[in-house]
Design a binder for this molecule. Structure first.
Ligand code: HEM
Length: 483
C-alpha cells in the first residue's frame, strides 16, 4: 500500500469518527427530528431546493406543504439545520405560553446589516428586555392619541395626489405616506417624502429586505465572504448607504430641534419668563415621550446609547412602522375595490361617523366607532400578513399537540398558513370581514389569528398600526370611491 493510499484511508477514518461523534452528540436531536412528518429530504441539502429555486414563491410553496401536512408540525432540513413549521393554533399557543423561547435564530442576522441590534433583531435577551422596557411607554395610548392629527394630515396629502377617474399605483405612494407618518410621529422629524424627498430610503429598504429574503433561501449566499463577491453585494451596499444616510439625517434633525428647544427653555428660565408654555410634545418633561426622545434622553441618563445603537433602534422603528402598514394599506384598498359590497358598508359607517365634513380630524372615539372597518383590516391581515412567518430557537424540548420538538431546533410560526387553517377559518381563501364579528372570534382560539405575533416579543406598534391604518383608509374613502 502506497503512502498516498494510507493517507486517504486515515483521512477517511478521521472523517467517519468526526461524523459519528457529531451524530452521538446530536442523537436525541436527530431522533426527535426524524419522527416529525415532513417532505422527502435529499442528503446534505435537505429540503432547501424548492425554496431556493423559486425564492419569490415561498408563501405558495409553504402553503402547499401546510395543506399536505395538515398545518404541521412540518419538518424541513436546511443543510444540517432542523426547521419546523408550525401553523396550528393549539401548537402556537403551547409555544407562546412558554416565556423561555424568546431567542430569535441566527437567520435574523441577515437583517442585521441595517437593523443592527434594534428590538426586532436583538439576540441578547438581557439587552432586548431593557430596550423593550424603555421603548414601551412611547407606544402608550395617551401618546398615540396625539398622533391622530399627523395621521390625518399625511393621509390628506396622499389623497391630494390622486386625481378622480385616474388609475394609480398606490403602493409606492402609500409607502411615502407611511414613511412621513412614522418619521413625524415616532421620530418627531418631518422629512416631506410625499413631496419627493424620501424615495431613496424606500427603494433602499425594499432592496435590503428582498436581498435578506433571497439570502435566507439561497444558502450559498448566506456566507458573508461569498456574498461579498457577488454582484448583488453592490446593490446591497447602495441600499444600505441610502437607508443610513436618511436615518442619520432624521436623527440629526431631531437633535438640532431638541438642542434649540433646550437652549430656548434655558433662556426663558434665565430671563424668568414663564410666558411660553411648554406645550411641545417632543420636549423632555414629565410626560411620556415619543420614541426618539426617549432614546435620546437615555443618552443623558445612567444608560448610554451609542450613536450606532440609536440608529439601529430608529431604523427598526421606521421599518416596523413603514413597510408593514404600507403592505396592509395597499391590500386593503385593493380588497375594497374588488369587493364593492364591503366598500359600500365601510362607506356607510364612515358617513355615519364623519358626515360630509372633510376637515374633521378623527378622534379616538371616532376611530373606535369604525368597527366594520376594523373587521376589514383584520381580514386583510389574515389573508395577507405583512410578516407572514417568524421564528424562535427552542431553549428546551417542547411537546406540541402530537409531537415533541428537540431543544435548539428552529421553530417557524408560519402565520400565512395558520391564518388559512380551514378549522379556524372555513373556506379560508374567501374574503369575509364578518369572520371577525365578536361571536365568531369567541368561538376561535386567540392563537388562530396573530398578525402581530404573540408572547413577549410581539409587535410593539400594533395599536399604533391600527389607528394609523383606520385613519388613512377612512380619509381616502371620505374623498374617493374605489374601483
Ligand atoms: C400592520 C402593521 C404591522 C404588522 C402586521 C406587524 C407585525 C409584527 C410582527 C409579526 C412582529 C414579530 C416579528 C418576529 O417575531 O420576528 C413585529 C415585531 C415588531 N414590530 Fe410590528 N407590525 C406592524 C406595525 C408596526 C409598527 C407601526 C411599529 C412601530 C411603529 C412596529 C414595530 C415593531 C417592533 C419594534 C418589533 C420588534 C418587537 C420586539 O422584538 O420586541 N410594528 N411586528
Amino acid at each position: 500500500m502506497s503512502t498516498w493510499e494510507l493517507r486517504l484511508i486515515l483521512i477517511g477514518i478521521i472523517l467517519l469518527l468526526v461524523y459519528l461523534r457529531y451524530r452521538k452528540s446530536r442523537k436525541r436531536f436527530l431522533e426527535l427530528g426524524a419522527k416529525l412528518p415532513g417532505p422527502f429530504s435529499l442528503p446534505v441539502v435537505g429540503n432547501i431546493l424548492p425554496f431556493a429555486m423559486r425564492p419569490d414563491d415561498c408563501m405558495e410553496i409553504g402553503m402547499k406543504f401546510c395543506i399536505e401536512f395538515n398545518n404541521g408540525p412540518i419538518r424541513f432540513w436546511f443543510l444540517n439545520e432542523l426547521i419546523v413549521f408550525v401553523a396550528k393554533p393549539q401548537d402556537v399557543e403551547i409555544l407562546f405560553s412558554n416565556m423561555k423561547h424568546l431567542r430569535k435564530p441566527w437567520q435574523y442576522r441577515l437583517l442585521k446589516p441595517f437593523m443592527g441590534e434594534g428590538l426586532f433583531t436583538n439576540s441578547d435577551n438581557a439587552m432586548w428586555r431593557l430596550h423593550r422596557k424603555m421603548i414601551t411607554p412611547a407606544f402608550h395610548f395617551s401618546i398615540l392619541k396625539g398622533f391622530l392629527p399627523i395621521f390625518f394630515q399625511e393621509a390628506n396629502i396622499f389623497a391630494s395626489k390622486i386625481k378622480c377617474g385616474e388609475e394609480v399605483d398606490v403602493f409606492p405612494m402609500l409607502g411615502l405616506c407611511a414613511l412621513d407618518i412614522i418619521c413625524r410621529t415616532a421620530m418627531g422629524a418631518n422629512v416631506h417624502s410625499q413631496d419627493g424627498k424620501g424615495k431613496e430610503f424606500v427603494k433602499g429598504m425594499e432592496t435590503l429586505l428582498q436581498i435578506a429574503h433571497w439570502r435566507l433561501v439561497k444558502p450559498w449566499m448566506i456566507n458573508d465572504t461569498i456574498f461579498s463577491m457577488l454582484p448583488l453585494k453592490k446593490k446591497h451596499d447602495e441600499g444600505l448607504k441610502n437607508v443610513f444616510r436618511f436615518t442619520e439625517s432624521v436623527i440629526q434633525e431631531k437633535r438640532q430641534k431638541l438642542n434649540s428647544k433646550k437652549s430656548k427653555c434655558n433662556n426663558n428660565n434665565n430671563n424668568n419668563n414663564n410666558e411660553e408654555k411648554n406645550d411641545d410634545k417632543y420636549f423632555l418633561g414629565e410626560r411620556a415621550l415619543p420614541f426618539l426622545d426617549l432614546m435620546m434622553a437615555m443618552d443623558t441618563d445612567e444608560m448610554h446609547l451609542t450613536d450606532e445603537q440609536l440608529r439601529d433602534e430608529a431604523i427598526t422603528i421606521i421599518i416596523g412602522g413603514q413597510e408593514t402598514t404600507t403592505t396592509e394599506l395597499t391590500f386593503t384598498l385593493l380588497m375594497l375595490a374588488i369587493h364593492q359590497n364591503v366598500q359600500a358598508k365601510v362607506l356607510e359607517e364612515i358617513d355615519l361617523v364623519f358626515g360630509s365634513d372633510l376637515s374633521h380630524t378623527p378622534t379616538i372615539e371616532d376611530l373606535q366607532k369604525l368597527e366594520y372597518l376594523e373587521r376589514v383590516l383584520k381580514e386583510v391581515m389574515r389573508l395577507y400578513p405583512s410578516i407572514p412567518y417568524f421564528a424562535r430557537v427552542l431553549e428546551e424540548e417542547v411537546t406540541l399537540s402530537n409531537y415533541t420538538l428537540p431543544k435548539d431546533c428552529i421553530v417557524t410560526i408560519f402565520s400565512y398558513g395558520l391564518h388559512r387553517h380551514p378549522e379556524s377559518f372555513p373556506d379560508p381563501d374567501r374574503f369575509d370581514p364578518d369572520r371577525f364579528l365578536p361571536e365568531h372570534c369567541r368561538s376561535r382560539s386567540p392563537f388562530a389569528f396573530i398578525p402581530f405575533s404573540a408572547g413577549p416579543r410581539n409587535c410593539i406598534g400594533q395599536k399604533y398600526a391600527m389607528l394609523q391604518m383606520k385613519t388613512v383608509i377612512s380619509t381616502v374613502l371620505r374623498h374617493f370611491r374605489l374601483s
